[in-house]
Write a protein that binds this ligand. Sequence first.
Ligand code: CAO
Length: 417
Amino acid sequence: MSNKPLAGIKIIDFTHVQAGPACTQMLAWFGADVIKVERPGSGDVTRSQLRDIPDVDALYFTMLNSNKRSLTLDTKKPEGKEVLEKLIRESDVLVENFGPGALDRMGFSWKRINELNPKMIVASVKGFSDGHHYDDLKVYENVAQCAGGAASTTGWWDGPPTVSAAALGDSNTGMHLAIGILTAIIGRQQTGRGQKVAVSMQDSVLNLCRVKLRDQQRLDRLGYLEEYPQYPHGTFSDVVPRGGNAGGGGQPGWVLKCKGWETDPNAYIYFTIQGHAWAPICEALGRPEWIKDPNYSTPKARQPHIMDIFATIEAWLADKTKFEAVDILRKFDIPCSPVLSMKELAADPSLRASGTIAEVPHKERGTYLTVGSPIKFSDLKPEITGSPLLGEHTDEVLAELGYGKEQIAALHKAEAV
Ligand code: CAO
């Protein structure tokens, strides 16, 4: 038995940039046969965006398209359309994240695909959901973060809305889509029919911002939010404010300076004051008198001077590196972490050992670092391979579809592949 649960699932990967490719890459890691369909000559735009080596596929592409095959196909030419039709008849899923209406304009509406293969699952990413008053808009990452509530609630209260470096609009939407596709595959086992699965970037961002929607309702009712730095000394308007680095749940937390912060931009830890861990925190800081002090002993009593408490912790951290600090605090069961740079993460032996970061070969660029599966299984260890060159598998895929050598040559001559 294969230890790749998605083996046998054939996916037409009509995706580009990040949101769609992140989804299909994950399905490929788990064993699906993912055939990336790309425009002849140019391919996915990320192949040439932000290149670090001239004329070689950019890391932007290689890190989102591992474990896939690449088929070049001009789906606007009749010969290309014919190939795509054959592929649709033989595949399980088609994933796309074109601009609104592009697939329909190409002649492959949901109705048409459904006629060609009633079992086909068609999965789409768009900026806004169908029927939304903005559903005609093209959308990139930061646009989605602004539309989904992340930007208005991220950053500093006296600064502008701020986007996160994490791809909440792109890869996050791809992950939602992957869940939708797997659900539709299970649904098909029950009904024998495919279905359309759609995820919008706005909705996916909002789904991750649900605690801020929680806060809006609390604010509407109470007029204040007790865990925000604005409480109790500042003011609240009628919208959820930006809370800097405050903890988002019931546990106050903050980013605190450690030894070396003056020169190292990441010499910080995140420190959380978990209610029931107050006594160990006081012990760790050498302030046992705070344990019983009524000004400190309850979360409510601490909140008015929480920033002074963080300042005291910072003073304690002044002669400790972020790693030394965490090594002390972990013994007291305090939720905390060093603020890790990309350089530190790239070299982290634990992430290499777990496969979360993998070094893979590539035919033209040599080896490169990429992300591996963040999902760990007891019976599956995804093997991460390098991304395909543009059209690397065109002839192979055409042969599998039944095209003979001469027909393949004719398709090349017509510049349809
Ligand atoms: N053969 C022939 N034509 C092809 C093709 C192929 N293999 N692949 C794509 N095309 C065509 C499309 O049919 C489309 O043609 P028309 O517009 O003439 O109908 C054209 O290429 C452009 O597609 P597009 O609208 O997707 O591309 P864009 O660069 O203008 O927009 C993006 C990019 C990302 C803004 C848009 O695709 C989008 O909004 N997608 C949905 C949201 C999304 O996923 N955004 C996140 C991307 S990750 O940051």
